[in-house]
Design a protein around this ligand. Structure first.
Ligand code: UGA
Ligand code: MN
Length: 324
């Protein structure tokens, strides 16, 4: 009797083991992501990219994960489109602070090339040495705004954005365009990292909401069935593209295939520059809505308060000359 029981046990043992293993491997469980590789730069992942174990480890699971990892890693990755950010900037007490905030954001974005265009006749020492230490791929340009255009009621940064466009076109004139996306990044706005993840997939021209602009909490393109059909704005709804400079991105290919598209001084008013530019390269029907069909604010049109320098000394200046 004892030997019969014993032999039954040994016959059943392998089956029991097989059932245990089968229960442990759940084929419906999706393959685990390799890393959270979103919009952060590879440096960020490289330095602190530790993966927190979320569940008890088992040898079978570990093997399965290793196989999935090698499968995903062996797939060729398409090149990440370069984001070209054109930033006009001008000398004022808060300039270095603005550029510092901007660089701190850009440094966290993979494959970003910063085109900084100074509103000056020459490059300033402040911006030159700032860029040297910024740790970002960059191009430092300069062009002064003619004095007659330095009026509060006239558009700003027209010449500087055009200089950035000219540089881009010249740089890519001979080679087949690498995938790229252009974005006009004013130096005083606030940009979330998610914004860059959204704009990176721009095929022609993409759009999204902008916070704290136009006398409202936000402005946004109105979207129906995945298409832009109008604009939620409190100012000049008659604009063909009622959108702020921070609310769109353009593919490099579109910039290169429309070589005459520029910002114009003649007849242009503040707030109309975006529309006048976009009219030259696209149509409303073509626009690609981003940020969850334009329902998320990922960029804010913040404006820095003018600093109070009432107590700056005229005489008895500080004994050292400090760059601010
Ligand atoms: C709004 C829009 O968001 C801007 O994109 C647009 O250029 C501007 O209106 C306009 O009226 O043309 P706003 O906050 O009023 O923006 O403008 P600023 O932030 O003062 O200037 C826009 C950019 O141009 C900034 O990057 C700023 O540094 C630069 N800028 C401004 C110059 O390069 N030179 C100037 O004399 C003034
Ligand atoms: Mn601004």
């Amino acid at each position: 009797m004892k030997s019969v029981l014993c032999s039954r046990f040994f016959i059943l043992l392998p089956w029991i083991l097989i059932v245990i293993i089968m229960l442990d491997v759940d084929p419906r469980r999706p393959a685990p992501p390799i890393t959270s590789r979103p919009y952060f730069s590879p440096h960020t992942l490289g330095c602190g990219g530790s993966r927190v174990p979320l569940r008890r480890s088992s040898p079978v699971r570990d093997n399965l994960e290793k196989r999935n990892e090698s499968r995903v890693q062996s797939q060729p990755q398409p090149p990440l489109p370069t984001i070209y950010a054109i930033t006009p900037t001008y000398s004022r007490p808060v300039q270095k602070a603005e550029l510092t905030r901007l660089a701190n954001t850009f440094r966290q974005v993979a494959q970003l090339h910063w085109i900084l265009v100074e509103d000056r006749a020459t490059r300033s020492d402040l911006v030159s040495s700032f860029l040297e230490r910024a740790g970002l791929p960059n191009t430092h340009l300069h062009v002064p705004t003619p004095r007659r255009y330095k009026r509060p009621w006239l558009p700003r940064a027209t010449e500087q954005r055009n200089a950035g466009l000219a540089w881009l076109r010249q740089r890519h004139q001979h080679q087949r365009a690498q995938p790229g996306v252009l974005f006009f990044a004013d130096d005083d706005n606030t940009y979330s990292l998610e914004l860059f993840q959204e704009m990176r997939t721009t095929r022609k021209v993409s759009v999204w909401p902008v916070g704290l602009v136009g006398g409202r909490l936000y402005e946004r393109p109105l979207v129906e069935n995945g298409k832009v059909v109008g604009w939620y704005t409190g100012w000049r709804e008659d604009r063909p593209f009622a959108i702020d400079m921070a609310g769109f991105a353009v593919s490099l290919q579109v910039i290169l295939s429309n070589p005459k598209a520029v910002f114009k001084r003649r007849g242009s008013q503040p707030g109309m520059q975006e529309s006048d530019f976009l009219k030259q390269i696209t149509t409303v029907e073509e626009l690609e809505p981003k940020a969850n069909n334009c329902t998320k604010v990922l960029v804010w049109h913040t404006r820095t308060e003018k600093v109070n320098l009432a107590n700056e000394p005229k005489y008895h200046l500080d004994t050292v000359n400090i760059e601010v």
